[in-house]
Design a protein around this ligand. Structure first.
Ligand code: SF4
Ligand code: SF4
Length: 131
C-alpha cells in the first residue's frame, strides 16, 4: 500500500471500478471480514505511473474515507504482517505475497510521517507539513 479504506466507506463501488490494477475488493470479498471495501496492499501501486493521484481517493464520495498507508516495502514488513487490519494474499504457487516477497511501487513524494490512519490522500504534502 498504499492506501487504506476506513469504516466510513458507504460501499458505493466507485473506487473498485476505477482502480487501474484491480487492487480493491468489495465488502463481500473483504478478507478481513469487515463490512467495507478493502484495498489489497499486495496489489496497490498508489497509481504510480498511471495517474498523478490515487484514483480511488479522487472518486470516493466519503471524504476522508481513504487515507495513506505505509509503503509496501521490506521496511514495513512487520506493519503489514502483524496486524489484523490486513489479510495478505498468496501467489498461485501458494507463496505469501508479503512486502519482502515483492515490494510495490509507492508515491516517494509522500513521506512516512504523512502516512498513517487519518492522513487523508486528498491533502497535499505541503499542507500536511504546514499543519
Ligand atoms: S491507490 Fe490506485 S492502485 Fe491503489 S487501490 Fe487506489 S486506485 Fe488502486
Ligand atoms: S469509493 Fe469510497 S465509499 Fe465508495 S466503496 Fe470505495 S471507499 Fe467505499
Amino acid at each position: 500500500m498504499s492506501v487504506i479504506i476506513d469504516d466510513t466507506c458507504i460501499m458505493c463501488d466507485a473506487c473498485l471500478q476505477n482502480c487501474p490494477v484491480n487492487a480493491i475488493v468489495d465488502d463481500m470479498h473483504n478478507p478481513t471480514g469487515e463490512s467495507r471495501y478493502y484495498v489489497q496492499p499486495e496489489k496497490c501501486i498508489e497509481c504510480v505511473g498511471v495517474f498523478d493521484d490515487p484514483q480511488c481517493a479522487a472518486i470516493c464520495p466519503s471524504i476522508g474515507c481513504i487515507t495513506w498507508d505505509m509503503p509496501y516495502t521490506k521496511a514495513y514488513e512487520e506493519h503489514y504482517m502483524q496486524s489484523d487490519r490486513y489479510a495478505i494474499g498468496t501467489s498461485r504457487s501458494g507463496k505469501l505475497l508479503s512486502p519482502s516477497h515483492r515490494e510495490k511501487k509507492y508515491r516517494e513524494d509522500i513521506p512516512p510521517e504523512a502516512r498513517g490512519v487519518g492522513k487523508e490522500v486528498q491533502e497535499e504534502p505541503e499542507a500536511l507539513e504546514a499543519g
